[in-house]
Design a protein around this ligand. Structure first.
Ligand SMILES: [Zn+2]
Length: 263
């Protein structure tokens, strides 16, 4: 196996883009930091685009450490239209649980390891992330100007949300209409596509019924597992609105997750 050099140009192999349903894989340690470990390749999805990071564990020959966050650093900006904020390449760090740091000084570069993710958390985040796109698509179909006034999003296991700047507050009827439109999209039950743009691994497009959203997160292939989407609003101040979606009838299906020997 060729391991990356310790230069700024090194980047972690992102196996989650080759197969999003990987539960574990074998790889090697590249670098050990004070609270995190960098691996040659990983199946763990880092925090990005509003989606929270995976949790999981790394089995070393000397013991197992849990990781409680995953973050990507040192990427270079994607220079494609619509991919503002996205980055290419970069190094992925697995942030180790404080209780497991006591033997981090025994971890050496080049050590063989097995990295495993919490697939229930991953699948809940995947479903929540997919639901967020239906919320967003429904919101901007009703109020097109929201697209340019989107402040950000946060995708958690049990809900997802978008914050917007608004000139005119959304009415209660508009919230009902956004929920209706989102559920119409879901019940169409067409195939969701998620593909790399111009063969750039980190520049990915979510596509459904002609709706294209640049996004590098993890997504369902079919919307029906979301069930009925519930939409509510929270006013954050004079000109800020938060739209939140929840999915109380969601089905968390982890049957597709499997082991991997990709390196
Ligand atoms: Zn997405």
């Amino acid at each position: 196996m060729n391991t990356p050099t310790n230069s700024i140009l090194r980047s972690t192999h992102k196996l989650y883009y080759k197969d999003q349903y990987l539960r574990s894989t074998h790889t090697k340690v590249v670098r050990v930091n004070s609270e995190s470990v960098e691996l040659y390749s990983t199946i763990a999805y880092p925090e990005g685009g509003g989606q929270e990071a995976d949790f999981g564990s790394i089995e070393f020959p000397i013991g197992t450490m849990r990781f409680i966050w995953v973050k990507k650093l040192y990427g270079t900006p994607i220079r494609l239209d619509g991919f503002k904020g996205g980055t290419l390449g970069g190094v992925i760090l697995h942030v180790i649980h404080p209780d497991d740091l006591y033997f981090l000084d025994q971890v050496m570069e080049g050590m063989n390891v097995r990295v495993t993710i919490d697939i229930f958390r991953r699948q809940r985040l995947t479903l929540s992330h997919t639901a967020s796109h239906f919320l967003y698509a429904a919101a901007i179909s009703l109020r097109e100007e929201l697209k340019q006034w989107t402040l950000g999003c946060h995708i958690k296991e049990d809900s997802s949300r978008f914050d917007f700047l608004v000139e005119d507050p959304l009415s209660s009827d508009e919230i009902v209409e956004i929920e209706r439109r989102a559920n119409v999209l879901i019940t169409c039950n067409e195939v969701i596509k998620h593909t790399a743009v111009q063969e750039v691994e980190d520049a990915r497009m979510w596509t459904y019924q002609g709706i294209n959203i640049p996004c590098g997160g993890t997504h369902l292939e079919s919307p029906l597992l979301i069930g009925h989407l519930k939409v509510r609003r929270k006013r954050l101040g004079k000109a800020k609105e938060r739209l939140i979606c929840e999915f109380p009838n969601a089905v968390i299906d982890v049957s597709r997750y499997h082991e991997c020997d990709l390196r």
